[in-house]
Design a protein around this ligand. Structure first.
Ligand code: NIG
Ligand code: FE
Length: 417
């Protein structure tokens, strides 16, 4: 039997529970000094403070945390992990003041990544995404969500989803799959919106569900992309086929996306940079997780989502990277944590919940991951840090010393443990 004892933990910091935390509860973190955690067959079976219980820990291999901080493995609940090419050419355009939506209108942006992704073979996409997952893991992330949305036709959406499925099967990381065929109108449907919506609703979404290729269905509800009513049609079709709704809402312009999230009972709404008061109220009422992406705000030079107001209004807030080649070419969730404090004005405790338990809830996994407690997966990070404040305060360095996934050490910085 595989048995791992992580001992000499200076401070164990974790939310507790199996559902998203909202309001004052979001900042409610268990802090256990001089702690130990026992993981058996990938599952946490005991957590304690002081000297580990010799009886129950007998026969376990031991990992000395060196008196450092330990938290749950981080959950990156919003990424566009699988794509061909990069878009560094857009940097010069941005610097000349061309906006994100203007670049998209000119056939660049998402559509240029669609061209590169269509050209790429499945193996090449797999290798690139695997390298990104390795890097994420080395930075403390143990579960990710990954979206399709750079194929925009069935063979290529399917190709992306198959890559996501293979990554989930072969990589240490847990990978949740989201169908985002409604990411943009593909060039060949430029003058036929209805045709593409029908392709999505009558063919692609049912096929995704039939082949079990994704658990969630997402849509980019945005001015010039998909309207509120088009988005509703996509998400309702997904629901009828058994796919849980998610929505890119209020990223650039507010056209009712966050209200729609509440109306369709979306598990999460993402971005929310320009989320109006009505959207906050709708999400609070429906229990929708607000998945905020501050590194995207940073990269777009945009405003920051009103995450503080959301927590105060009782909306469960998660934070994720949005890793993609356009609006956020970074997969650094530690930077996202810094921005959560500095730009959203969340406390380090609220930030920890946002990137663990609430991230898990955004992908319907709060029962299995997102906290260190008996019965959950043994996903943990040993940080080169004495406490929670430190990892939200230091910026730009990777502070993950060791990463444990289902009770196995999957990353250790040289000489770190
Ligand atoms: O979440 N907003 C839409 N989709 C991505 C960006 C995709 C891209 O630019 O390639 C996002 O920001
Ligand atoms: Fe996104």
């Amino acid at each position: 039997m595989k048995k791992l004892l992580i001992r000499n933990i200076g401070m164990l910091a974790t939310p507790l529970g199996r559902a998203a935390h909202r309001g004052a509860e979001q900042g409610n973190i268990e802090l256990l000094r001089n702690a130990w955690v026992l993981v058996e067959e990938g599952i946490v079976t005991a957590v304690g403070a002081g000297v580990p219980d010799g009886m129950i820990c007998a026969g376990a291999s031991e990992l000395d945390a060196g008196g450092r901080l330990v938290t749950p493995g981080l959950v990156d609940a919003h990424t566009h992990l699988v794509f061909g090419g990069w878009r560094q050419n857009e940097l010069a355009l941005k610097l000349r003041g061309v906006s994100y939506l203007e670049i998209l209108e000119r056939g660049g942006g998402i559509l240029s990544t669609v061209r590169a992704t269509r050209q790429a073979g499945e193996q090449a996409l797999y290798e690139r995404a695997r390298a990104a997952l390795d890097e994420m893991l080395s930075m403390g992330v143990t579960t990710v969500e990954a979206k399709s949305g750079y194929g925009l036709d069935w063979p290529n959406e399917r190709k992306q989803l198959q890559v996501i499925r293979s990554l989930g099967a072969n990589h240490a990381m847990d990978v949740a799959a989201t169908f985002l065929g409604a990411h943009a109108l593909p060039a060949e449907y430029k003058n036929d919106r209805e045709g593409y919506l029908r392709l999505l609703c009558e063919e692609m979404i049912p096929a995704v569900a039939r082949e079990g290729l994704a658990q969630f269905c997402d849509v980019f509800c945005e001015k010039g992309v998909f309207s509120k009513e088009e988005s509703r049609r996509v998400l309702e079709t997904g629901k009828r086929c058994g796919l849980i709704p998610k929505i890119h809402a209020d990223e650039i312009e507010s056209i009712g996306g966050s209200q729609l999230a509440g109306e369709v009972g979306a598990i999460s709404a993402e971005h929310l940079i320009v989320c109006p008061q009505e959207g906050i109220a709708a999400m609070a009422k429906a229990g929708t997780v607000a998945c905020c992406l501050p590194a995207t705000s940073f990269y777009l030079g945009a405003a920051y989502a009103p995450a503080r107001a959301m927590v105060d209004a009782g909306v469960p807030v998660a934070m994720a990277s949005d890793f993609n080649p356009g609006s956020c070419p970074s997969l650094n969730l530690q930077l996202v944590m810094n921005l959560g404090c500095l730009k959203y004005r969340l406390t380090p405790e609220e930030v920890l919940t946002a990137v663990t338990l609430n991230g898990a809830a955004a992908i319907d996994m709060a029962g299995q991951i997102g906290s260190v407690e008996v019965g959950k997966q043994g996903d943990l990070v040993i940080w080169d840090a004495p406490d929670l404040n430190y990892i939200c305060y230091r910026m730009g360095s990777n502070l993950a010393a060791a990463v444990i996934k289902r009770g196995a050490v999957v990353y250790a910085r040289r000489s770190a443990i």
